[in-house]
Ligand binder design. Structure first.
Ligand code: SF4
Ligand code: SF4
Length: 199
């Protein structure tokens, strides 16, 4: 099982340490690019949450015991982790025995700005019915804007795939998390060259 493998081979504190170290090593230009994406994501998510609250979403979700979170196992992405770290937040430790590793006894343990894309953009018919027409229009505009930002980060760093951090970590097979896409093949070619293998 993915999370079991991750739990045994890559403890959470090691993932955090790697991510922090790679963030610290980014060039100023790269860091500025990433900060701009993460700031936009945080701002869009906070506005989405404001609309969700205006639609009385928290009461609706409480009445169905937050059943959406039963499907959240792989929603959290590298982008969400980066969002927390650049804000100086200490992300909660995941509990892989829960349906979603970030589901606490009283709901989600993550700050709104660092919750996964799927979590802040999904609303069921009940919640949607609570939105005004202009609120609904803005909600779906924000969803599109937010998706663009997540996709920009995922296009740049393979480990930021929207398929989720746990899956991405297994697929990255030890490569740096913030390696710009394409660089891994350049690294492979360089390794082969250094070993004298004809390319
Ligand atoms: S969005 Fe709808 S289905 Fe999901 S937890 Fe809230 S009320 Fe329940
Ligand atoms: S990250 Fe939070 S909102 Fe999303 S599924 Fe997990 S507990 Fe629910």
């Amino acid at each position: 099982m993915t999370s079991d493998l991750l739990n045994k081979s890559r403890p959470w504190d090691k993932i955090l340490a790697q991510c922090r170290s790679e963030l610290d090593s980014l060039s100023q230009e790269e860091r500025s690019w990433l900060n701009a994406r993460l700031s936009a994501i945080a701002a869009y998510q906070i506005e989405l949450d404001r609309l969700f609250r205006l639609a009385d979403g928290p009461a609706a979700c409480a009445s169905c015991s937050g059943s959406c979170c039963d499907c959240g196992r792989h929603h959290f992405t590298l982008t969400n982790l980066l969002g927390a770290l650049v804000q100086g937040l200490e992300p909660p430790s995941p509990d892989y025995n829960r349906p979603c590793p970030f589901l606490g006894r009283n709901g989600c343990l993550l700050e709104i700005a660092t919750r996964p894309f799927n979590c802040v953009t999904f609303i069921c018919e009940t919640v949607e019915a609570g939105l005004s027409p202009s609120g609904k229009k803005r909600f779906y505009e924000l969803e599109k804007l937010l998706r663009n930002e997540y996709e920009a980060v995922a296009e740049r760093y393979a480990a930021a795939s929207l398929r989720g951090l746990l899956i991405a970590l297994e697929r990255m097979n030890g490569f740096p998390l913030l390696q710009v896409r394409g660089a891994e093949s350049r690294l492979c070619r360089q390794t082969l060259f250094e070993k004298g293998v004809a390319l």
